[in-house]
Ligand binder design. Structure first.
Ligand SMILES: CC(C)C(=O)C(=O)O
Length: 340
C-alpha cells in the first residue's frame, strides 16, 4: 500500500519528492517560478522541490483503486493544472491497456502547446530492468516534450535472493547495462530505483547507486517499498546515501514512501510542520523555566554554564512573549548572538 498527496484519504497511492543535494521544502510560488528550464539531473534553485506524482501508476496498485483510461486522462489533466512536475503515467509493459493509456496521455498532456508559457510536465513510465520493458516505455514516450524512464531493480537481500534469484554482482550488472541501453534508445532522463532500498544493506546500496549514476541515471529513487521505515530511519538513509554514494552531486534524489504504517508523509518530508518537544515531551514557550531551557539546549548540543544561562534565559523569555513556541532554530539564533 502506498500513498499520494492527492489521495491521502484513500491511503492508497504514492507520493514522491525529489530534491538536489542542498534542498529543503519550499512554497508553491517558488515552485512555479523555478520550473521552466527543466534539466533532468539538476535543479537551478537549491530550495526547489520537484513533485513526482504516481497516482496513475503506484496508486492503481491498491485493491479497488483501478481507473479507466478516461479517468486517468482526467486525473492527468488535473495534475497538470496543479503544476505537478513529473507524472508517472503507468507501466506500459504490464498490460496492453496501460501501454495505450500511457501513450495517449503522453500525447494529450505531455506535448508542446501553442502557449509557450504553459506548464508541460515530465511524462514518466515505469519499466523493469529488461530491454522489452524499456522498449515499450520508449515507444510510449518518445514524442513527449520531456520523456522520463523509471527503471527499477531490487537491492535488498531478501528480494535479490527470493524474488530475483540474482547475486549482487548480477544485480549491479543488469542495472548498469539497462540504464546504458535506455540511453542508447534516446532517454536522457532516467530515474533508477533501488527497489526495497529501505531494507537494503547500505554499502551495497551505495555501490549500486554509484554504478547506475556512471551508466547515465539522472535521478535516484530511494523507496520504502514495503512501508516499513520510520521517519528518523528514512531520513538517515537519505543522509547516508548523500554522504556515501559516488557521483551523488550529479543527480537528483527522489523519495518514494509507502503508507502501510501511516508514515509516508512524515518519511517523505525529512519536516511536517510539527514542533519537536524535548525528551520529556515539553514544548518551550513563555511558561518554560530555566531547567527546561537548559535541557533542550543540551539535547541539541549546547553545554552552557550558569552565567550564560542567566543571560540567555531573559532573552529567551522576551522572545517567548512575542511568539507561541520557541523552536530549535530560535535557540540556535539566540545562542549565536550572546550578550556576554
Ligand atoms: C517498483 C518501485 C518503483 C516502487 O514503486 C517501490 O519500490 O515502491
Amino acid at each position: 500500500m502506498a500513498m499520494s498527496m492527492l489521495h491521502t484519504f484513500t491511503a492508497t497511492l504514492s507520493y514522491s519528492r525529489e530534491h538536489s543535494k542542498t534542498q529543503r521544502q519550499k512554497s508553491s510560488s517558488v515552485i512555479c517560478s523555478s520550473r521552466r528550464d527543466y534539466v533532468p539531473n539538476y535543479i537551478q534553485d537549491p530550495n526547489y522541490v520537484r513533485i513526482f506524482d504516481t497516482t496513475l501508476r503506484d496508486g492503481e496498485q491498491s485493491p479497488g483503486a483501478t481507473m479507466t483510461p478516461k479517468q486517468k486522462l482526467n486525473i492527468a489533466r488535473k495534475l497538470v493544472e496543479l503544476g505537478v512536475d513529473i507524472i508517472e503515467v503507468g507501466f506500459p509493459a504490464s498490460n496492453k491497456a496501460d501501454l495505450d493509456t500511457v501513450k495517449s496521455i503522453a500525447y494529450e498532456v505531455g506535448n508542446e502547446t501553442k502557449d509557450e508559457n504553459a506548464h508541460v510536465p515530465v511524462m514518466c513510465a515505469l519499466a523493469r530492468c529488461t530491454k522489452e520493458d524499456i522498449d515499450k516505455a520508449w515507444e510510449c514516450l518518445k514524442d513527449a516534450k520531456f520523456p522520463r524512464l523509471h527503471v527499477f531493480l531490487a537491492t535488498s537481500d531478501i528480494h535479490m535472493e527470493y524474488k530475483l534469484r540474482m547475486s549482487k554482482e548480477e544485480v549491479i550488472d543488469k542495472a548498469r547495462s539497462m540504464v546504458a541501453y535506455a540511453r542508447s534508445l534516446g532517454f536522457t532522463d532516467i530515474q533508477c530505483c533501488a527497489e526495497d532500498a529501505g531494507r537494503s544493506e547500505k554499502e551495497f546500496l551505495y555501490e549500486f547507486l554509484g554504478e547506475v549514476i556512471k551508466a547515465g541515471a539522472t535521478t535516484l529513487n530511494i523507496p520504502d517499498t514495503v512501508g516499513f521505515n520510520l521517519p528518523r530511519e528514512f531520513g538517515q538513509l537519505i543522509a547516508d546515501v548523500r554522504a556515501n554514494t559516488p557521483g551523488i552531486d550529479d543527480v537528483i534524489i527522489s523519495a518514494h514512501c509507502h503508507n502501510d504504517l501511516g508514515l509516508a508523509t512524515a518519511n517523505t518530508l525529512e519536516d511536517i510542520g510539527l514542533y519537536r518537544a524535548n525528551e520529556s515531551g515539553l514544548i518551550l514557550g513563555k511558561l518554560s523555566g530555566r531547567h527546561a531551557l537548559k535541557s533542550r539546549l543540551s539535547e541539541i548540543g549546547y553545554k552552557i554554564n550558569k552565567t550564560e544561562l542567566d543571560d540567555l534565559f531573559w532573552r529567551f523569555k522576551s522572545l517567548a512573549e512575542t511568539k507561541k513556541v520557541i523552536t530549535d532554530d530560535d535557540l540556535i539564533a539566540l545562542m549565536s548572538h550572546p550578550v556576554i
